[in-house]
Design a protein around this ligand. Sequence first.
Ligand SMILES: [Zn+2]
Length: 414
Amino acid sequence: MRLQKYSIGTGDRFGCQGKAQLKAIIKAHENGIDIAIVWNKSHREHLITNTAPSDVLEEAQNAVKDLDWKGKYYIDADHVGISNIDLFIDSSDYFTLDVAEYINKKASVAEINNFIEKHEEFIGEIIISNIKKPLKINKTQLRTIAEKYLFAIKEAGRMYRKIEDKKGKDNFIIEVSMDETNKPQTPIEILFILAAIANEKIPIQTIAPKFSGRFNKGVDYEGDIEQFSKELEIILAVIQFAINKFSLPDNLKISLHSGSDKFSLYNNINKAIKEFDTGFHLKTSGTTWLEELIGLAIAGGEGLELAKEIYIKAHSRLDELCAPYASVVDIDTDKLPDPEKVIKWTSEDFARVLRHDLSCTYYNRDFRQLLHIAYKIAAEMGSRYIDTLNKYDEIIGSNVTENIYERHLSKLFL
Ligand SMILES: [Zn+2]
């Protein structure tokens, strides 16, 4: 199973927007962008929304059938670990092995020494085409990298073999993620992470490193755009070097997590992936849920009431909602609109504060981030939330499709 050059992960928290999401992919195809759709959902999301991986598969199959989609699609067991992977094996064919929690746990002395010995040839200068200055590493630095990452990659190897045992070789796609950490990985670290992945014989097709700057959920990138672009180009060059050097799959590409809404980066990413003639996977999830809320607000009536209720409840449960997302949200509580004012808002008031339109002076990134993590409140509403989505599905669906196609796919890949 080989993932296409371009792909998007379209998470869908409540499982109602599969068709609207696929419509965006179809639109991209009509405009000449060949892109695969991957429905991703993490264990964390399943727990909060009380769903199972088989629900994601069913949603995908229904959307594909209803829209007569002949292209590829995948089901991503997103951010899985050894403790929950069993739940995902049957219904998924794409596995994002999350090793972030194992970073800094040390492998055995013998394993570390073996790794250093095996890669001793790199000590000194590493000349990589497309990078102006050679990368440099000494033996102590190589040991530090091995101590930091080798155990984590061995853990990924264990997970990979568990999946392979059950699904058979080449019947699924593997991504390795380490984005939910505090510190970004450096290009030289990524080189040796890929070496360790190759040693474990993991046929990795996408890798999700942590980049510098803030990738907060649902809002634009916050950091130095030039710095990010330089870092991206070096990492792309390192990946190309590693593919050849370690015989990794030649379609290995970057997966950008919390990748939705990073509008200020898309132009530079578009340029870089074209220059390097490489693929790219954009992983999104909450941006679709936020479009559901915008759609509900615009619909008015019960829809608007529900959207307001979700915000008001979220405002009173801020710390609890933020906790599982600590490394990927950054909310300035002083800038959150007062619930007593929100209760009086019109459809347009709500939509313009929430919609990710940077040219609109009413747009509020803190409001948007809080609602991004407030899907737990909607999940608690159960059928009341789902029934209201169904009632206004047309207006909601058109928002979802437009958001994915216009703001994301056309900017990144066209
Ligand atoms: Zn992630």
